[in-house]
Design a protein. Structure first.
Length: 561
């Protein structure tokens, strides 16, 4: 009898936990929810196949303090996201879509599953979550933003949706690291306001102050700034926002600011349609237009985004050095194998105008995989290094990849340089030196988190496979000077017709050693000399545990810890 009563009490407690909210239904698409006070979080149930519900958050004075777009669950729950209440008193919820097909609003499963909580469980539940790549603890992530190095700490901000694992509700998330590999999640850095959502941008350090520039994406896209006096942990928005506006193009975004030591001015470059616009300033607040770059240069298959502009000094011969400027231009669509990708231009910059040294029709890609986009560099990296991160996905299928607690990772950190091939200067890409510290003692078989070094003498076939018959086939052609990767049978490829594919890269000469970085859902391939990079996602049902190579190539496998 006691056991029966105890079980009944447990059942009642469980039912009460799930019945904590009672909506006020006002119509077939409209409901309100009075918020229980004294609670920290309201856990919102999400169903990704549903349409967005628009939520207006009102305070005690009935003033609207925030807008959210959340795919509230109608008939099943895929996962939960936390909303921190912080004085919220009323949620005004408007559903979209045909309610005749969805049923009565009062019967939606979101009301039964919505609950208050003092905490939110962020324990990893994802089979494919990378071990040594940066990911958000939960929610959607795309472009890296505002990256800088200061006082021994690498700061990474990123486009983040804290209210779902698909693109929406753009804010700046924030993570920090002391080694570029292990990242610690920080509180949200910059939230949306009435100027709009917070799109991509950059940070600079100015004395003890960190200054952020970002796009306010409202009815129009304008540029805003915010400052931090605690090393980039919290920001105060500038009262004079926006600091840059335009009326001639709808796509006007992604400001990248930097100090130009030679010109003794602050420069800022941003994307405007299919060109980049360059500005200068003495005080970081008042910006003067200087010039535009891009007409007829490079690839114009899509919108230009996420620019960067920086000098690199290299040695064309052992006894000489030369400095050239690199202008990064991310583009979507228009990539070499469809969707988004990173192109770049090499030339000179005098603080006012960038001059490309190549012919207009020459297109140079930084990475020849499908999953390398929004590449930008850290400001103020030590040792004059040019360290970059990219978003490791593709807009063709980023919202559909088979994870739900989170979506998207960043690439491993990479250092950029320059090299000559024929009449052209190209950007070299090598894994940052911090990756070497991850290596354990060599092992015999591949694992889900490892680095594979393949030393080759001529054309070589490389096949990674598992017991399920899933495989990734790579081929280096020494005569054609190309490297390819085929992921058509790599595992789960069913979520998008654009996912199964073969990507091919030029190697600009002979490849003697190849470095492959494997991390649960990704393969990043590099020529050890930096002349080729290729990044592709993979979703095998179990880790690849065998490797076969041809032409007597030598394989060394390091676990990455």
């Amino acid at each position: 009898m006691k056991k029966t009563i105890l079980m009944f009490m447990i059942l009642l407690t469980a039912l009460a936990a799930k019945a904590q909210v009672q909506p006020i239904v006002l119509g077939d698409k409209h409901a309100m929810l009075k918020v229980k006070q004294g609670q920290k979080y309201l856990l919102l149930p999400v169903q990704e196949s549903e349409e967005i519900a628009a939520i207006a958050v009102l305070d005690a004075k009935n003033d609207m303090v925030q807008r959210l777009n959340v795919k509230l669950a109608i008939d099943r729950v895929d996962y939960y996201v936390p909303y921190e209440l912080k004085g919220a008193c009323l949620l005004d919820v408007e559903f979209h879509g045909d309610r005749r097909q969805k049923g009565a609003v009062s019967e939606f499963v979101c009301w039964k599953e919505m609950k208050y909580s003092a905490a939110f469980d962020t324990t990893n539940r994802e089979h494919f979550r990378p071990a040594y790549h940066h990911t958000p603890v939960y929610g959607w992530m795309n472009d890296p933003n505002g990256m800088f190095y200061k006082d021994g700490v690498w700061h990474l901000y990123y486009q983040w949706n804290p209210y779902g694992s698909q693109w929406e509700n753009m804010t700046w998330g924030h993570s920090t690291s002391r080694d570029l590999i292990h990242w610690e999640a920080q509180p949200m850095a910059i939230e949306a306001d009435w100027l709009g959502s917070i799109f991509s941008g950059s940070c600079v350090t100015n004395g003890n102050e960190v200054v952020a520039f970002y796009t306010s994406a409202g009815h129009h896209q304008t540029q805003s700034m915010a400052t931090s006096k605690d090393g980039g942990r919290t920001f105060q928005k500038f009262s004079g926002n926006p600091v840059l506006t335009t009326s001639d193009v709808p796509d006007f975004r992604d400001p990248k600011a930097f100090w130009n030591e030679e010109a003794k001015v602050w420069n800022l470059i941003l994307a405007a349609g299919q060109e980049m616009r360059i500005y200068s300033s003495k005080n970081l607040k008042d910006w003067k237009y200087e010039s535009s770059f891009g007409k007829e240069y490079g690839n114009h298959g899509g919108v230009w985004e996420c620019p960067d502009l920086f000098p690199i000094t290299y040695h064309p011969t052992p006894s000489t050095s030369e400095t050239k400027w690199v202008l990064i231009c991310n583009i979507n669509p228009g990539g070499p194998f469809g969707g988004s990708a990173t192109q770049y231009f090499v030339g000179q910059f005098d603080g006012r105008k960038f001059t490309c040294e190549s012919m207009p029709k020459v297109t140079k890609w930084m990475d020849y995989g499908k999953d390398h986009y929004a590449t930008v560099s850290f400001y103020n990296a030590p040792e004059n290094r040019r360290v970059v991160l990219a978003w490791m996905s593709n807009w063709q299928y980023a919202n559909q990849v088979p994870t739900k607690q989170y979506r998207s990772a960043n690439s491993i950190p990479r250092d950029l340089g320059l090299f000559r091939a024929g009449e052209e200067t190209y950007v070299s890409v090598v894994p940052s030196k911090e990756m070497l510290a991850m290596r354990g003692k060599p092992q015999k078989q591949p694992s889900e988190t490892c680095e594979i070094v393949v030393t080759m003498k001529g054309s070589t076939d490389i096949t990674l496979a598992n017991a399920k018959g899933e495989q990734v086939v790579m081929h280096y052609d020494a005569q054609q000077q190309t490297f390819s990767m085929n992921r058509e049978k790599s595992g789960n490829v069913s979520f998008s017709e654009a996912f199964p594919c073969t990507t091919v890269a030029p190697t600009y000469g002979q490849v003697r050693q190849l470095r492959l970085f494997i991390d649960r859902c990704s393969i990043e391939a590099f020529d050890a000399d930096g002349k080729m990079a290729m990044t592709n996602l993979v979703f095998p049902s179990e880790p690849y545990n065998t490797i076969k190579v041809s032409n007597k190539a030598k394989v060394t496998i390091y676990p990455l810890n």
